[in-house]
Design a protein around this ligand. Structure first.
Ligand code: AMP
Length: 420
């Protein structure tokens, strides 16, 4: 028996309501904030991700789904949404548009992870990016939008964590201090962190192992080693957040998993689960990324949230998404002559915008009505020899179990007048 690959899952029809709910809330949020949709390919030149996410990161080292295509070019299934958008920004000359360019996306993301609850090998992200401005008010806009997104969804009990990890001027100095500190505590570190100390010291701070967390607690803080520019920027971001009434917590261990982040980083987590792998979404500034990809200097900031984790939270918090629709009309028939009429009537209903499903095969009326019930049909139309001969049809209200004979010509308008 074949199964969905490990770490992937099917989204069955009965679960689709959650997804549509999130997509609708996300789309109306973007409309409200003036963000436009963009879609990029599922795979890209592998170098795009190595270059942007960073060669020393877990994603690039252990998690990409990469393959050589038939022409020998190395491709990677999208392991995150931002780099492809920066590539598109440059490729389509978006610097000619009014800045910042505000974009949003829904994208499948592929990472070869160890699957567990809320962590999969294929997941779906909703994300948005504002490219072309470094005004701290834009950071506040993006953070506000992320925060409002969860409010739109009706999710409560969340915390917003905020940090600044500096820029290419101040970060090297900070990293030296961090390395110095961690070198003195190397015996308490897990095997992975010993590697990070050499390759990616910033990630030492967000290791989830208890012994490493103890060391991280007293580690030097990036916000205490910012250059004057970054310090002022971070203070302004916080001031705007106060202005907007967005509650946030400064967290010096928040660094995010991708190398391209600069200055502002933030994450939204269920309260009390700080440190666990439960972030619903996160983002930050990536002011050098577009330039590193060959574009003009273009400061930018973005955010992405994991849809599967949001579905889990919506279910856990018992949020009502949408009432199941039961407006379908089921067309039943008895006999070959009536079947022709049923097929025509089903098509006629659909052409007028009424959702309809026709029975199939040769079954008893009882079996057909049982199916109508199982499908949640509001009405059944029943056609027999007698009805065909007299140009009528039985209209059955499934919930009440009542039926009446109506004219075939009139049934569409009866159903159309809000009866369904
Ligand atoms: P990232 O691209 O790592 O910044 O992740 C953004 C958001 O995507 C996270 O906050 C999670 O909600 C979600 N996410 C990241 N990785 C996974 C995964 N492997 N499985 C499910 N959701 C994920």
């Amino acid at each position: 028996m074949y199964k969905a690959p490990r770490g992937t899952s099917d989204i069955l029809p009965r679960e689709q309501g959650y997804w549509r709910y999130i997509e609708e809330k996300a789309s109306s949020l973007c409309q409200l904030y003036g963000y436009e949709r963009i879609d990029t390919p599922v795979f890209e030149d592998a170098r795009l991700f190595i270059r942007t996410i960073g060669p020393g990161t877990d994603i690039v080292e252990k998690q990409t789904y990469s393959f050589e295509d038939r022409s020998g070019q190395e491709m990677t299934l999208r392991p995150e949404g931002t780099a492809p958008i920066c590539r598109a920004y440059i490729e389509h000359g978006m610097h000619n548009l009014p800045q910042p360019v505000r974009l949003y996306y829904f994208a499948s993301i592929f990472r070869y992870e160890r699957p567990q609850k809320g962590r999969y090998r294929q997941h779906q992200q909703f994300g948005f990016e504002a490219l072309g401005d470094d005004d701290p008010a834009l950071d506040a806009e993006v953070i506000d939008m992320a925060w409002q997104f969860f409010a739109f969804l009706g999710l409560g009990g969340l915390s917003l964590l905020l940090n600044s990890i500096g820029c290419k001027l101040c970060r090297p100095n900070y990293l030296e201090r961090l390395k110095g500190y961690y070198s003195e505590h190397v015996y308490h570190l897990c095997q992975d962190c010993k590697g990070r100390l050499v390759r990616n010291p910033l990630r030492l701070l967000d290791c989830k192992k208890p012994s490493c967390q103890g060391v991280a607690q007293s580690a030097p803080r990036s916000t205490e080693h910012l250059c004057p520019h970054c310090k002022e920027h971070f203070e302004s971001v916080m001031r705007y957040l106060f202005l907007l009434g967005i509650p946030f917590e400064k967290n010096h261990r928040l660094v995010r998993g991708l190398d391209y982040y600069k200055r502002t980083v933030f994450e939204i987590q269920p309260q009390g689960e700080e440190g666990a792998q439960t972030a619903l979404g996160g983002g930050g500034r990536y002011d050098d990324l577009i330039e590193e990809l060959g574009g003009r200097p273009t400061p930018a900031i973005g955010f992405a949230a994991g849809m599967e984790r949001i579905v889990l939270s919506i279910r856990m918090q018992g949020i009502a998404t949408a009432a199941p629709s039961s407006s379908t009309v089921f067309v039943a028939y008895l006999g070959e002559g009536a079947k022709d009429e049923a097929v025509k009537m089903t098509a006629a209903l659909r052409r007028t915008g009424i959702s309809a499903i026709s029975s199939l095969g040769d079954r008893s009326l009882r079996a057909q009505l049982r199916q109508a019930n199982a499908l949640g049909a509001a009405y059944a139309l029943i056609l027999g020899e007698e009805e065909v001969a007299s140009g009528t049809v039985m209209l059955r209200d499934m919930a009440r179990g009542e039926q009446k004979r109506v004219s075939m010509d009139g049934v569409v308008s009866i159903l159309d007048k809000g009866n369904t």
